[in-house]
Design a protein around this ligand. Sequence first.
Ligand code: PEP
Length: 247
Amino acid sequence: MRKKILAANWKMNLSYADAQAWLTEFKSGNGGMHEVEFRLYAPTLYLHDLAKSEVLSVGAQNVHPSVSGAFTGEVSIPQLTSVGASSVLIGHSERRLYFHETNAFLKDKVNACCQQDFSFIFCCGESLETRQSGEHLDFIKGQLEAAILHLDKAYLPLLTIAYEPIWAIGTGQTADTTQINEVHAYIRQLLEKQFGEEGSHVSILYGGSVTALNAQSIFACQDVDGGLIGGASLNAHTFIELAHCFK
Ligand code: PEP
C-alpha cells in the first residue's frame, strides 16, 4: 500500500504571522485525516517554529548537497535536520529555470539525501513546447535517468516523485486525467523496470494547479498517490479540503 501524501509548497509566500495563523487553522481543521501524510514545504527561516509545533511534517524548498562549507546563502541537510525539518524538494522547475540547477547538480542533491538518510520529493515535468512536440515521455525519462534511476533500491523509502508539467504550475491550467494517467503510469513502469517490486512502493504525486474543484478526479487516477500543491496550499482550510478529495 503506497502512502497518500499531500504536500504544500508555499514558495516565497506568507509572512511569519501568516504562517503562524495557517498553523493554527490547520491544527483545528485536520482532525481524523490519519490516512493522509501532510507535508509543508515552507520558507527556510520558518522551519524551526513550524517543526516545533509537531502538527505536520515540515520540509525545505531547497538544500545544498554539501554538508558544510563556503556556500554563502545556502543550507545543508544537517542544518535542516537540526531545526526539525525532515525532507526537501529537489528539481522543482522553478529551481531548474530561475536558479539554473542542472541534472548533474540535482543528482548531487539526491545522493546527499540518500547518504544522510533524508527524505525528498523529486520533481520532474515537461514544458509546453516539449509536450507539443510529443516528446514529453522521453524528456521525463531523461530527468529520471539523470538523477534517480542510478540509486540503490535500499534508498527508495526516502524517495517520492512529483510529476509537475511546467505549463500547469501556477497557471490555472491543469493537465487532464488522460495526460496525468499516461505520465504517472510511465513513471511507475520506469521505476518497476529499474527497481522491481520496490519501485511499485514509491509514491508519485501530481502537481500543477490542483484545487478543490479538480482534486477528486486527479486523486482518483490509478498511479496518483497525492499532490504537490502551490497556490491552493496558502490557505489552510483549502489545503485540508484537498485531503477530503482522496477516495
Ligand atoms: C508547485 O508549486 O509545485 C505547484 C504545483 O503550484 P500550483 O499548485 O500553484 O500550480
